[in-house]
Design a protein around this ligand. Sequence first.
Ligand SMILES: [Fe+2]
Length: 387
Amino acid sequence: MPYDDSLSFLHYAPTRVVFGVGALAEAPLELERLGCARAVIVTDRMLSEKTDLVRRLQEALGGRCVGVYADAQPDSGIHLVDAGAAFARERGADSLVSLGGGSAIDTAKGIAIVLTEGGSLMDHHGFQNLTRRQTPHVAVPTTHGTGSEVTRYAVIKDHEERSKLVFGDFHLIPDVAILDPALTVGQPPAIAAGTALDALTHAIEGLHSLQRNPIADALGLHAARLIRRWLPRALEAPGDLAARGQLLVAAAMAGTAFDNAQVGLVHAIAHTVGARHGVHHGLANAIALPHVIRFNAAEAAEPYGELARALGFTAAGDGAEAAEALAAGVQELTRACGLPVRYRDAGVPEADLEAIAAAAIADAAIVYNPRMAMDPATVLEVLRAAW
Ligand SMILES: [Fe+2]
């Protein structure tokens, strides 16, 4: 739908973004600017044991680093967040520097809450429950996808319930995002592609969201353009820092876009498929995306037309043709990355589709989808197409 005189929105993007090859070295200055002298690094075992990135960050921070919590995991659970907070408290931390993908950054957001508010993270579950500034947080992404370095969201897994808990609060938006392209070159190709396709999904879902706004639209459209242009190059030449840099910028832009505009049915499905079957978040999105675009075609004709033209998938105007060109184009991009384009090839059993549909309608993202999808039968139809 085009905008009309009923448009009203709030757009908030307070994160200070520091970009450049070697920007990691800015971390101590950023902490100083925040008035912080005792930072705990929050990261994961893979980065701390298999790369030198944690050591480089420790060296850069010097005396401002009082410890490393390396137990963040893909989909960290509540107990890991609580343990991280206990570790940081014991070290007398006044700030956090997260280093890693979305899971490390989200783990730090959870730790920030527990350090400031006390108790267990579970005591603070929900949206906009926090009433004051949380522990200062400098986020340093090593993947170009999540956008968590600029968003208010933390996704933490409830391992017992096999579901993902979403925390959302303006007070969780990191103070600083350090975007250093050199930190992203070590990602395996499937992760590099998956994370970039997560960012592409943020851009597209922001554009079709019921809560879209013109500022977020601009960020989302340009982010999508950058991913389309630079993802193939980054896969072909993983060390190309120009390509990596543009993907990092795109991920942060798409992050700000969806942080304000929200996401929709693609993420509702992807969160559920990820929680139940461990499918990588970006891949789970990429598989659902073309099918949700087709499902939404009539309700999001204008943004899909803009996207299809911006991405060079069609010269046609808005309408069903443009939506189809966009759907086919994003699926082809996924295939060209060497990733599966069907859930059956990503480890999702057909027998679970009904349960996935039933669980997906409880995901908060679904209410922003431009076409009503709040009953399991509707979601099941999209899931079957994607299976
Ligand atoms: Fe996402």
